[in-house]
Design a binder for this molecule. Structure first.
Ligand code: SF4
Length: 230
């Protein structure tokens, strides 16, 4: 699927540890301006996705029709009412990695850091755009999609990345996995989300953050819901 990533200023600000783009230092903003055309020339985005049926969801494990099992209680709870999942890998290609390394070798650390942040924001944007398109597509069919989940996120072990790669034909997007389960090119994101068949009753997809007590989680996507006292 063709998706041109966009670097949204507020998303980039968050990646750089700031609350708003205007609060980033003037010199950093100048560097971003200078690096934007460089980034546009380097980026070679591609995204591969595949639907896979869910056989069953039991005891914190998602059993897929094609064989592999994903072990994660939170992912399982999110997918328990889904019939299928969509697995995906998105990448910006390896030229961005090469330029970040070149800048580091030349000791241009600030530029390398900013380009790295721009690439991270762009990769996240690519996945968000893909997820939004799928949400619209399935909404038209009376279905809804869950949140995205990636190996290494929440309680899903990074080692499960191997199962996801076995399932996907990753040759299609030319992303490789090393023994530590890290992807090359570095600016790649893999993950899954579920498809649920009951849109007419409104959005009923589950968010594991509603039930989670962790206070300091940087990945939190919703506040904890208080239980009603009876
Ligand atoms: S707050 Fe949300 S993302 Fe973080 S560990 Fe809890 S469920 Fe996972």
């Amino acid at each position: 699927m063709e998706i041109i990533p966009i670097i949204k200023k507020d998303e980039l600000a968050k990646t750089l540890g700031s609350d708003e783009f205007e609060n980033i230092s003037y010199s950093a903003r100048l560097k971003i301006e200078k690096l934007e055309p460089v980034f546009e020339k380097l980026v070679k985005p591609s995204l591969y996705h595949q639907n896979t049926g869910i056989d069953s969801v039991k005891k914190g494990t998602v059993h897929l029709e094609e064989g592999p099992e994903f072990k994660s209680p939170k992912l399982s709870k999110m997918l328990k009412d889904c019939d299928d999942i969509i697995c995906y890998i998105a990448t910006l290609g390896d030229s961005v990695d090469g330029e970040i390394k070149r800048l580091m070798d030349k000791k241009h650390m600030a530029e390398a850091y900013i380009l790295d942040a721009m690439a991270s924001a762009a990769a996240e944007n690519m996945v968000a755009t893909f997820h939004r398109r799928m949400k619209d597509k399935y909404k038209n069919q009376g279905k809804q999609v869950t949140l995205c989940f990636s190996p290494g996120y929440c309680d899903w072990a990074i080692t499960e990345q191997k199962k996801l790669f076995k399932l996907l034909d990753s040759q299609e997007v030319d992303v490789k996995l090393n023994d530590s389960c890290l992807m090359t090119p570095r600016k790649s994101i893999s993950g899954v989300f579920g498809i649920q068949s009951d849109y007419e009753n409104g959005d009923k997809t589950y968010n594991p953050c509603w039930d989670c007590n962790r206070k300091d989680c940087p990945a939190r996507r919703a506040p904890k819901r208080e239980r009603k006292q009876i």
